[in-house]
Design a protein around this ligand. Structure first.
Ligand code: SAM
Length: 272
């Protein structure tokens, strides 16, 4: 996979040299290129923003500067296949982090992990002129305007780091043991992960649950599932409501009932 990031703060993305993403870059699993948006400015002051049409506070990032940057970085490699849409770079999937975007979730990460080329456009100030996304779409490209949560950051760099890490760890070879991706929170089961423990078995007067030391795989599996259900019921009612009743067994329903959740009209609902 190739990932291009365009930003006015390239140093912000230095974290992509570290840890598993850094290793994946070195191993050639993911080719990450970080670019300074100001390289596509044409004036002496290297201006990337201007005042908003319609008035109001703050500045907006200029479409002409962004347009040149995206056209350049989204262009396929000379050795690559011709671009299907007939427009240079239209095949690159443009990701625009914005608090007004659709929510970025594990499902979004899975979908993006299937792409060949992602281009992240990191906004600052009041964001990027809306015509930039419109233009990429009109050229036959895909655009995802994505929010990492219901709060406002100063720029798209942190959101881009979040999304790249979530996507890159799904690429084959990035996480050492792919098994560890299976039972995670927000996986196919639709549950939060159960609590985890390691040595020592007793610490500060707190004991690791006995069953985890038993070596009895079926009991451990059941305990973990019960805890995942309890934790999800306590912390994420939205996830409980989204559970597929057909995928739950009798014990699952007992555990959920202890937390006040019972089936009603084909889905789980909380009593009272
Ligand atoms: N005026 C914009 C609004 O209210 O929707 C907020 C702009 S914010 C100050 C500047 C930039 O930070 C955005 O263009 C975006 O790139 C990034 N950003 C801020 N919060 C974000 C979030 N929750 N998710 C993704 N990107 C975010």
């Amino acid at each position: 996979m190739r990932i291009d990031v365009v930003t006015i703060f390239p140093d912000y993305l230095a974290a992509l040299d570290l840890s598993l993403v850094g290793k994946a870059r070195t191993a050639g699993i993911v080719d990450v290129r970080v670019h300074d948006l100001r390289d596509w400015t044409t004036d002496r002051h290297r201006t990337v923003d201007d005042t908003p049409f319609g008035g109001g506070a703050g500045m907006v990032m200029r479409p002409d500067v962004w347009g040149r940057a995206i056209a350049d970085v989204a262009r396929p490699e000379p050795s690559g296949e011709p671009d299907g849409a007939g427009v240079p770079g239209a095949r690159a999937h443009l990701v625009v982090p914005t608090p007004s975007g659709r929510s970025f979730t594990q499902r979004t990460a899975e979908a993006l992990a299937g792409e060949d080329h992602l281009v992240f456009a990191c906004g600052r100030y009041e964001g990027i002129d809306a015509r930039v996304a419109e233009h990429h779409r009109a050229a036959g490209g895909t655009v995802s305007e994505l929010s990492i949560g219901d709060y406002v950051l100063n720029g798209g760099e942190v959101a881009t780091l979040v999304m790249i890490e979530a996507v890159a760890r799904l690429l084959p070879g990035v996480v050492g043991n792919p098994e560890s991706l299976v039972e995670e929170s927000h996986g196919a089961a639709g549950l939060l992960e159960y609590p985890v423990y390691t040595k020592p078995p007793a610490w500060e007067g707190l004991e690791v649950p006995e069953v985890l030391l038993s070596g009895h795989h079926a009991r451990i599996h059941r305990w973990r599932r019960d805890e995942a259900l309890r934790r999800t019921a306590a912390r994420r009612p939205d996830m409980v409501r989204a559970l597929d009743l057909a995928a739950l067994d009798r014990r699952d329903l007992e555990v959920l009932a202890e937390s006040g959740w019972t089936p009603r009209d084909g889905r789980l609902d909380r009593e009272g």
